[in-house]
Design a protein around this ligand. Structure first.
Ligand code: 3H9
Length: 682
């Protein structure tokens, strides 16, 4: 027996079994690469005629070790491992289960055959990390499945089930039994080498190739990794494999060090980190099976849908029948649409809906383990509802408010059990948006906080913990950003210029398009409840628009005008006059602002607020802020989030620029010490 950590080679009944054990997901780190090369060499020298390669921990290999991408390492690269397996004189069979991703799939393709357990997931998700497959993926995959499918798999980051992989020819056999045993049995009948690299790329209809390319290059959305992958996949049909591999390897190394790839890696780890509680204490978990949502508006209905999708038993409760019926209608039509568009089968949709009870009877509340209030955003209304919840709910239930900025503490104090009250801030549409802010109010018990995080994980959302502070993490920073954008209107920019500059940076939408979409009246109402410091620079353009009944898209007029629901590209003469008058009142001589100027001020305002709330302990980790902005506010993923952006700037320059921002913000602007964003890692 030869022991190589973390790769072990062992002769079993005449078959050489290579086992990889690198928990948790068998990432292919440097020691794995060395171990695999050593094991294949040992196999060649052994009496065995065939080998099986298998992973421990219920998984094959989740790909290259992403931690290593930012470091330089000597020693063999993954392509060396692939070549060693391909050039081994004796056949090697891959026994696949769990994750066969990225480099894991490339290693599997280097083997002579692939036997997959039915639970296997195969894919090449590299472009989600701003890179391309770097150990043969772009050259081997098209040889097996053709160019159009290879483009879909690599650029579309498709993850195939074992059966789907078998159907397209990536896998030889699918088993429900022990995959090592099945692969060993299979291996005993394999007599000679059968390398994917020796196959020819099948001839394909050029129209199909063009269509596949268009699917990933439309609307200028083609990121560099996607464009590069498309080139290389097409070259697979034109170049000898060795030439293709050299080009692929060079492109992989180049992309790996790009800022975009660094940003995407940062988010990969930030997204994993936010799912974990920061405290170390062992906390027993509170089971949540039945959830009651109060309020059948857009938000309530969206929350119900995401709960049904996650297989909770759900009650939707309302005070009035009309509202309940319309919420129920919304939920039913969502599932009907899912069936019509083929996203769910009729049986799956019926199964989800069978777990829903809509009721006007508050006594039903007693059955819920978790109650989520999603009513009108008004502290008095919410406090009233919480008094009622407190009366009807089970004493052990967790009580949650979906407020987006109100004090959870004040809401909790309306009950006799503030310890069991938490904020669960969903983002609209709640069944689509992946962010969930978990508001840890002053009295919230640790076990309730823990249950909130576990609940977010079960919903497959990013559960970011935030302190109970006005606007929490997201709306607080967004407010600073939006305020700065309003300053820029007074300073000389039109709404469409600010929007275009920020879309150019990569934001999903500009702030004034967003404001029109969400309704200006909501911000107007909130502003009226806030006490204003006379020293503060206050832009009243939004108030004037609202006084004219221009509430945004829903009234066909806001910052923009809408004709038959279609937004006009430029703001109207009327809106321009309102903006010009606002500039005059402040004595500002309007100036043209460049895209760069607009982008910088908008980003600096976010960074400044991020640093302030880190100091106040509103966010637990700086990387959580990036998760919030990417998943809740349309911040471009490839820019990594406001904190990642800040970390790419020269620290002193950033600090100076923030001091400069004060000149636009008036006396109330608080410049932050940004060092906390650099120190606090992640
Ligand atoms: C690549 O392969 C490039 C090659 O083509 C070329 C090379 C030359 N590396 O998600 P989970 C960690 S690029 C390092 O919570 P799940 C993860 O951080 C790579 N670590 O579990 C977490 O750590 P922690 C292409 C990794 O069961 C822990 O594993 N591959 C890696 O929900 C558990 O993760 C990918 O992009 C990794 N590759 O899902 C695969 N993967 O506990 C990305 C995971 O400390 N990974 N970790 O927070 C995934 O899709 C999911 O993690 C997976 C498991 C499905 C595997």
């Amino acid at each position: 027996m030869v022991l190589i950590s973390p790769v072990q080679g062992q002769l079993k009944h005449g078959v050489y079994v290579i086992t990889l054990d690198n928990p948790p997901v068998n990432a292919i780190s440097i020691s794995v690469r060395r171990g695999l090369i050593f094991a294949v060499d040992d196999f060649e020298q052994s009496n065995a005629q065939v080998a099986v390669l298998v992973g421990s921990n219920g998984t094959f290999m989740a790909g290259a070790d992403i931690h290593e991408f930012g470091r330089t390492s000597d020693g063999p690269v993954l392509l060396d491992v692939v070549r060693v397996i391909e050039n081994c004189k004796k056949p090697i069979v891959a026994a696949l289960q769990g994750a066969v991703l990225g480099g894991g799939l490339e290693v599997a393709l280097a083997c002579d055959a692939r036997i997959a357990h039915v639970d296997t997931v195969l894919g090449l998700p590299e472009v989600s990390l701003g890179i391309i497959p770097g150990a043969g993926g772009t050259q081997l995959i098209p040889r097996r499945i053709g160019i159009p499918r290879a483009i879909d798999m690599i650029c579309g980051m498709q993850r195939l089930s074992a059966q789907e992989a078998k159907n397209v020819g990536l896998v030889d056999s699918v088993v429900c039994s022990d995959v090592l045993e099945a692969a060993t049995l299979f291996a005993k009948n394999v007599e000679h080498k059968s390398r994917v690299r020796d196959e020819l790329v099948p001839n394909e209809d050029p129209a199909l190739i063009d269509q596949a390319i268009k699917r990933y290059t439309k609307q200028g959305g083609s990121r560099p990794a996607i464009a590069k992958a498309i080139d290389l996949i097409q070259l697979a049909a034109k170049l000898p494999i060795e030439e293709g591999l050299v080009l692929e390897s060079a492109a992989f190394l180049e992309l790996r060090k790009s800022q975009e790839a660094q940003a995407l890696r940062h988010l990969f780890f930030a997204e994993k980190t936010c799912k974990k509680p920061l405290y170390t204490k062992e906390i027993s978990s509170i089971p949540i099976n039945t959830v009651c949502v109060i309020g059948a508006g857009t938000m309530g209905a969206g929350i119900v849908i995401c709960l049904l999708d996650a297989e909770f038993s759900v009650m939707l409760l309302e005070q009035n029948k009309e509202a309940l019926d319309s919420g129920e209608e919304r939920i039913f039509s969502h599932y009907q649409n899912q069936v019509e568009t083929g996203k769910l089968s009729p049986a799956e949709a019926s199964k989800c809906l069978s777990h829903l009870l809509c009721s006007l009877n508050w006594e039903e509340l007693a059955k819920a383990d978790l109650v989520i209030e999603a009513v009108y955003e008004d502290i008095l209304v919410k406090q009233d509802v919480f008094k009622k919840i407190d009366y009807f709910a089970n004493p052990n239930a967790i009580l949650a408010t979906n407020t987006s900025y109100l004090s959870v503490e004040k809401i909790a104090l309306a009950t006799t059990r503030p310890k069991r009250v938490i904020g669960l801030h969903f983002f609209s549409p709640a069944n689509v948006m992946k962010l969930l802010e978990i508001v840890n109010a002053k009295q919230t018990g640790l076990e309730i906080l823990h249950a909130g995080i576990a609940f977010g994980n079960r919903l497959n959302k990013y559960p970011v913990v935030t302190k109970d502070s006005f606007g929490f993490i997201g709306n607080r920073i967004y407010n600073a950003y939006r305020t700065q954008c309003e300053f820029m209107l007074e300073d000389g920019a039109w709404p469409e210029e600010v929007d275009a500059a920020l879309v150019d940076f990569g934001m999903a939408m500009g702030p004034f398009t967003v404001a029109d979409l969400s309704g200006l009246d909501i911000a107007w109402r909130m502003r009226k409840t806030q006490r204003r410091n006379p020293e503060t620079r206050y832009v009243d353009i939004l108030d004037t628009l609202c006084e004219l009944g221009r509430f945004g898209r829903k009234t066909s007029a806001g910052y923009y005008d809408y004709t038959n629901g279609k937004k006009q590209a430029n703001t109207s003469e009327l809106v321009r006059q309102i903006i010009e008058k606002a500039s005059q009142r402040r004595g500002i001589k309007r100036q043209t602002l460049s895209f760069k100027h607009i982008q910088n001020r908008a980003l600096l305002s976010m960074v400044n607020e991020a640093a302030l709330l880190m100091r106040e302990g509103v966010a637990q980790r700086a990387s959580d802020i990036d998760v919030v902005f990417v998943h809740g506010y349309g911040f471009p993923r490839w820019q990594g989030g406001p904190v990642f952006w800040a970390r790419q700037q020269d620290r002193q320059q950033l600090q100076d620029d923030i001091a400069g921002l004060a000149q636009h913000g008036g006396n109330s602007f608080v410049p932050a010490d940004v060092s906390i964003l650099f120190e606090n890692s992640p």
